[in-house]
Ligand binder design. Structure first.
Ligand code: BGC
Length: 825
């Protein structure tokens, strides 16, 4: 039997010998936005990539399953759930002919304001690393490659394309690298994405120390380093370790790389090495086996189970769970109660094959046991949101949601249709280029049907498309243009990179009437096919919400972020809930003391009304099945087991990056290794809710832990603790292990998470949880060695259910061993 790895390598070498310099250089850039270059002369086909971290995101605007976002996966503290979800995303990618999924996004949540925090797992490297590994295993187990991103120190959106993250080597090694290291060393990630930002002055995509030294030499990375989209700045980047320029067609690699080799500016060996990696990736992708499946009930169930395990119960005086039997009248209040606030915006955005709002979930679960009264109360959208599919129908009978789309193979809506379909989701990121004329060049689309305003009043409409003069769009209602080419248009930058225009208009509509709606899109270009139709309904009023709450037995208030507050390309301006949401909670609490607040957020928010809420939970941005998950946790069908993957500070000023962020063009990582709880603990700042925290409908007890009294440098050993479910409901505890060095000679965090395990316990059940402690777990990174170093002395292993609730402790001595054993790699 031949060794498959050796066979692969020999096929790669064989192909490499056959390729000319021009062909190798061509292979190192994309053919277009999402595919690699094919080289038919040697029989090499192209492979395809797509985003992303919380679901396969079609580049043809096809629907797929929207899973909970990264921070929600982080809150599950459950690698098994993340592995399952990632495998499902990979099956959806496979079903769509995609070989590489551009995720996971495992950057560390450094500032609470980071625009893409929602995409990422945690402020902690161990939690991020375990979940990163699970994601990589889940995706690659289905024969699809990952792109672990964004390497490295890509922790904010402010100045994201040129700012330098100025950060110490120790902080990189201890905080920002470990999740990447794990994904590469243990997960064998097929690709890594080089970040937009610079690191200590040098572009991450052409940083020889980051890419060649650390990633490839030290960690033994054998895959492909892909640039973030538009992050390649020179041909010479290939010599620094960047293997592939994306998107294509080539700007710096390809022909210019051939010239750079000719001039002697780039050694041809660097091109060979990158081409070798590309060939290996392509062959691996073509020969990998896995399943194909998309938009199934099985995947929806996986999305729901992740959402359920992600819910973090932050406060509960006993009002939850709602319980069995008749529940009286429940007021379902807030701007998020009946809107699908399920994901963030940017490259992680997917078109969900369905969306369940909390009100939908409550109706399905409790509809026959409670009277549900809904009042949105206020608006929380800083920007006009995507038009609600429930307001649209292709026919007057309202048998379906959405509009009838007719596609034409020219820019003028002429001749026979090349495609016709009912489309509910009027947000396009690429069009269906399966229809030949749409693939390249001019085409046009007209959507037609009926618009059904829920409430009477002023509606704001927007339509967005490429800024190019050969592309335009327009919305007409009852034949009258309301937004687009014939109205006011403003320019803006999508994700901060793509130039777009937005037409806007306001119309007064009556409830209970059907309006004829037509939307046109026309283009003569094959670039930047991004398109979106938005409509803002008239906001609810706080008075209506108060009226609903005062007549109810309990008020559930759904507040938080909207579709546009957490996203790629911008950071959040502050930690406040947008608009009048705080006032809404206060007003409802005054009208009905039985108030439960359900937050949806991607990152910390302030909660000035916290003492008035009898219970509080966060559901994050929970994916398409989120409404069911929230309802099941409220009702007690699911016992909450999520834990905070980051600290929730009381106020922005308390966070460790406050004096440095946003700074100016560059980001100064002045807090060093004191990121997240490492800082709050050291500075003795009481957070609103600590890292690792979350309640259950049961409680857990910890026994006296066991472990060695003394260990020698270089030893790997086990510490154990017995955990018991003290209540009368089954539940899951996240058992966390933190290590403390009593008297370090270097500045070290008070204690650091070194392991965790989510355990399911029946009422009264006790389980022993074992943790393996490695030399690295006791070490800090000593830049003078250089290497990992554990100092002899007294240590403690703390066990518990949050970083600030550690009831069990085992002390031990670290004894000096041979000097060479003290550097544990
Ligand atoms: C994002 C990446 C993404 C890429 C492709 C970039 O703007 O930073 O995370 O994978 O676009 O969509």
């Amino acid at each position: 039997m031949s060794d498959p790895a050796a066979t692969l390598d020999s096929r790669v070498e064989d192909l490499l010998r056959k390729l000319t310099l021009e062909e190798k250089a061509a292979l190192l850039a994309g053919a277009d936005g999402w595919t690699t270059v094919a080289i038919p002369r040697v029989g090499l086909p192209s492979i395809r990539m797509a985003d992303g971290p919380n679901g396969y995101r079609s580049t043809q605007s096809e629907p797929s399953t929207a899973f909970p976002v990264g921070v929600a996966m982080g809150a599950t503290w459950n690698p098994a759930r993340v592995r399952e979800a990632a495998a499902a995303m990979a099956r959806e990618a496979r079903a769509s002919g995609v070989n590489i999924l551009l995720g996971p996004n495992i950057n560390i949540q450094r500032t609470p304001l980071g625009g893409r925090n929602f995409e990422t797992y945690s402020e902690d490297p161990v939690l991020s690393g375990e979940l990163a590994l699970a994601f990589v295993e889940g995706v690659q187990g289905e024969g699809v490659g990952v792109s672990v991103k964004h390497f490295a120190a890509n922790n904010q959106e402010h100045e994201r394309l040129r700012g330098s993250s100025n950060v110490s080597e120790r902080a990189l090694r201890e905080i920002y690298f470990p999740a990447f290291e794990k994904a590469v060393k243990q997960g064998d990630a097929w690709t890594v994405m080089a970040a937009y930002n610079r690191v200590n002055g040098i572009h991450a995509s052409e940083h020889p120390w980051l890419l060649n030294q650390v990633l490839k030499r030290e960690w033994g990375f054998g895959g492909v380093v892909i640039s973030d989209w538009g992050a390649t700045h020179s041909s010479a980047a290939v010599a620094a370790g960047l293997d592939m320029e994306m998107p294509g067609p080539a700007m710096h690699f390809g022909q210019r790389l051939v010239e750079a080799v000719g001039d002697g500016a780039v050694p041809s060996g660097a091109v060979d090495e990158a081409a070798r990696r590309m060939l290996r990736l392509i062959l691996r992708a073509l020969h990998a086996g896995g399943q194909a499946e998309i938009n199934t009930e099985r995947h929806a169930r996986i999305a729901r189970s992740v959402a359920e395990e992600a819910v973090v119960l932050l406060k509960n005086d006993g009002i939850l769970p709602l319980g069995a039997g008749r529940l009286g009248t429940i007021a379902v209040i807030g701007p998020n109660a009946d809107e699908p606030i399920i994901q963030g915006s940017g490259s992680a955005h997917v078109i969900p094959f369905r969306e369940v709002t909390p009100l939908d979930g409550l109706r399905a679960l409790l509809g026959d046991r409670a009277a549900l009264v809904h009042a949105p109360g206020t608006d929380n959208e800083p920007q006009v949101p995507l038009i609600d599919r429930r307001m649209l129908s292709p026919d007057r009978e309202r048998t379906q949601q959405g509009l009838m789309a007719t596609y034409y193979g020219n820019a003028d809506f002429e001749g026979p249709a090349v495609r016709e379909a009912v489309e509910p989701y009027l947000h396009k990121f690429g069009f269906h280029d399966a229809a030949a004329p749409i693939g390249r060049g001019a085409f046009s689309v007209r959507w037609q049907g009926w618009l059904w305003p829920e409430r009477g009043g002023d509606y704001d409409f927007i339509v967005e498309c490429s800024h190019r003069s050969d592309t335009w769009a327009e919305i007409r209602i009852d034949g009258v243009p309301v937004a687009g080419r014939s109205t006011e248009q403003e320019a803006f930058a999508h994700f901060e990179v793509v130039r777009m225009k937005r037409g806007k208009g306001r119309v007064r509509l009556e409830a209970g009437r059907a309006y004829r709606i037509e939307i046109d899109y026309s283009t003569r270009s094959d670039l930047m096919r991004i398109f979106k139709v938005g409509a803002r309904k008239p906001a609810g009023t706080i008075e209506d919400a108060v009226a609903a709450a005062s007549g109810a037995d309990i008020a559930l208030v759904f507040v938080g972020v909207s579709r546009s507050t957490d996203g790629e390309g911008f950071d959040r301006p502050d930690m406040e809930l947008w608009g009048d949401q705080n006032a809404l909670v206060e007003a409802v609490a005054a009208a009905n003391p039985n108030i439960v607040v359900i937050l949806q957020n991607g990152a910390p928010v302030t909660m000035p009304w916290l003492d008035k809420a009898r219970a509080l939970m966060t559901a994050w941005l929970p994916g398409q099945e989120g409404g069911h998950a929230v309802a099941r946790v409220l009702a007690g069908e699911v016992n909450p087991s999520g834990r905070l993957p980051h600290t929730m500070p009381r106020r922005l000023e308390d966070n460790p990056t406050f004096v440095h962020y946003p700074g100016g063009r560059d980001a100064e990582y002045g807090e060093g290794v004191f990121v997240g709880y490492r800082y709050y603990d050291k500075a003795k700042i009481e957070p609103l809710f600590p890292f690792g925290f979350g309640l259950s409908y049961t409680t857990f007890g910890y026994a006296v832990p066991r472990g060695p009294e003394a260990v020698r440098q270089g030893d790997t050993f086990t510490v154990s603790v017995d955990v018991t479910n003290l209540g009368d409901r089954p539940g899951q505890e996240v058992v966390q292990l933190y290590i403390e060095q009593a008297a370090p000679t270097e500045a070290r965090p008070l204690r650091e998470l070194k392991g965790f395990r989510k355990v399911a316990l029946a009422p009264g059940e006790t389980r022993t949880v074992d943790f393996t402690v490695t030399p690295r777990d006791l070490s800090f990174y000593d830049v003078h060695l250089p290497g990992w170093r554990a100092e002899p002395g007294r240590f403690a292993a703390h066990f518990g259910g949050s970083s600030r609730d550690l009831p069990a402790r085992h002390d031990f001595d670290l004894i000096e061993h041979a000097p060479e054993a003290s550097s544990a790699a």
